[in-house]
Ligand binder design. Structure first.
Ligand code: ZN
Length: 425
């Protein structure tokens, strides 16, 4: 069976390249979320003749959904010849903006020396194409399979997944009674299994002061100076403390094997003039300053602990610093997600990687989040990993590419794992 399966995949080499190119040539840039319906319809036209029941679904009312930019998702399901378990491949179909620095057409899908180039080639249209080729080869070799196979192409992963996997999970589509195994072909490399990701907590801190004439600042209270005190605390106490919060999660790169904090933005006082403007500011003591922080935390911490740490820092300043007043607003919170190595999906992928590559996989965790969080938290399905071709470092970069041989290897691995999982009772 294995030899026939591999031969069926090898025979689809050109088809795999063409499919990846076709997907890249539909620019599904997010934001704003363009051509979502087009890409779902393209995939429907491909999968329906193979016996897939295709449901095109708009995440109406989800964040980001509008009539101008509707959030379309595709769920395709192929029933087997008899009842059994369901294996689901989930890919996001959106890509990030191109940015500058490209030497090829970002939506051209050029093939150069065994690599397909373009925005989304690596993250993650190459993975989507590889999973489709894996399933098509599997259907040719194992037409009488038990259970069911699902392929989804979902919106908005790059902006949090609320109009995509989160919405689908809320509809019950990732309920463990209907889906038992999920593989997300994100670009973690063909020899790595990604078991989960760190948590994320975004918050805005505002310091408040009192406006006055800039020539008599002693009559006001400067919110920017208060923010300076917050920055000093972050710099001298919080960030050093985070380096002691290490984790047993095998996060890659290894520098992310601890808690981290990024200061996303900071602003106080009057808006900056447009570049080139000759307008002068008016002399005022700023009464508000705002800072957005992006805190990434490890499985050994709790969201409440992360929040409390910032609250204590701010309350300490309130006690020590005359006039200090603040507001804290949570912008986003996602708990760490984790699938045990002993779960069926990582075990099946482990066996398949060993069979195809001749060595066992590396188990990793992701520094940032991806759609596994929604499948885990809303779907309550704890048998989901990220596995797919491509180098994570190329994601969101200019001249992004995916290697054709890597896609073929990961298609072999996904097809083997699929057969393995469908045989399970
Ligand atoms: Zn991605």
């Amino acid at each position: 069976m294995r030899d026939r399966l591999f031969a069926a995949i090898e025979a689809r080499r050109d088809d795999l390249v063409a499919l990846t190119q076709a997907l890249i040539r539909i620019p599904t840039v997010n934001p704003p979320g363009e051509n979502y319906r087009e890409i779902c319809e393209f995939l429907t036209a491909r999968l329906r003749p193979l016996g897939f029941d295709c449901r095109l679904m708009r995440a109406e009312g989800a964040p980001g959904d509008s009539d101008a930019f509707p959030r379309w998702n595709l769920l395709a399901r192929r029933e087997g010849s008899r009842p059994g378990q369901c294996v689901h491949f989930n890919s996001h179909h959106d890509v990030v903006e191109t940015g500058s620095g490209w030497t090829v057409d970002p939506f051209g899908g050029d093939v150069i020396e065994g690599r397909v180039y373009g925005r989304g080639s690596c993250d993650m249209k190459g993975g989507l194409a590889a999973s489709i080729i894996a399933v098509e080869a599997f259907l040719e070799v194992m037409p009488g399979f038990p259970g069911a196979i699902e392929i989804s192409a979902t919106a908005d992963e790059e902006s949090g997944g609320y109009g995509g996997v989160a919405w689908m999970a809320e509809q019950g589509l990732f309920d463990p009674t209907r889906v038992q195994h999920v593989i997300i072909p994100e670009p973690l490399q063909k020899d790595r299994i990604c078991l989960g990701h760190r948590g994320v907590w975004w918050a805005e801190i505002e310091t408040r002061g009192r406006i006055a004439h800039g020539s008599m600042p002693f009559l006001g209270d400067c919110a920017v100076r208060h923010m300076g005190a917050v920055l000093h605390e972050i710099e001298t106490r919080l960030i050093p403390a985070l380096s002691n919060k290490t984790t047993a999660m095998p996060v890659v790169p290894a520098a992310a094997r601890q808690s981290t904090l990024n200061i996303n933005s900071i602003h106080g006082g009057q808006p900056e003039p447009e570049p080139g403007s000759t307008a002068l500011p008016s002399p005022c003591v700023p009464d508000s300053a705002r800072m957005v922080i992006d805190r990434r935390y490890v499985a050994e911490e709790t969201t409440e602990g992360v929040r409390q740490e910032v609250v204590e820092l701010l309350e300490g300043l309130r006690e020590r610093r005359p006039g200090f007043d603040y507001a804290l607003r949570e912008l986003m919170s996602v708990a760490p997600s984790w699938t045990e190595k002993t779960a069926p999906v990582p075990q099946a992928l482990d066996r398949a990687i060993t069979a195809v590559l001749g060595r066992g996989p590396e188990y990793v965790a992701s520094p940032g989040t991806y759609d596994q969080k929604h499948i885990d938290r809303i779907g309550r399905l704890h048998n989901c990993v990220a596995y797919g071709p491509g180098l994570l470092e190329l994601a969101h970069q200019p001249d992004e590419y995916v290697g054709v041989d890597d896609m073929l290897d990961s298609a072999r691995i996904m097809a083997l794992a699929l057969g393995d999982l469908l045989q399970q009772k």
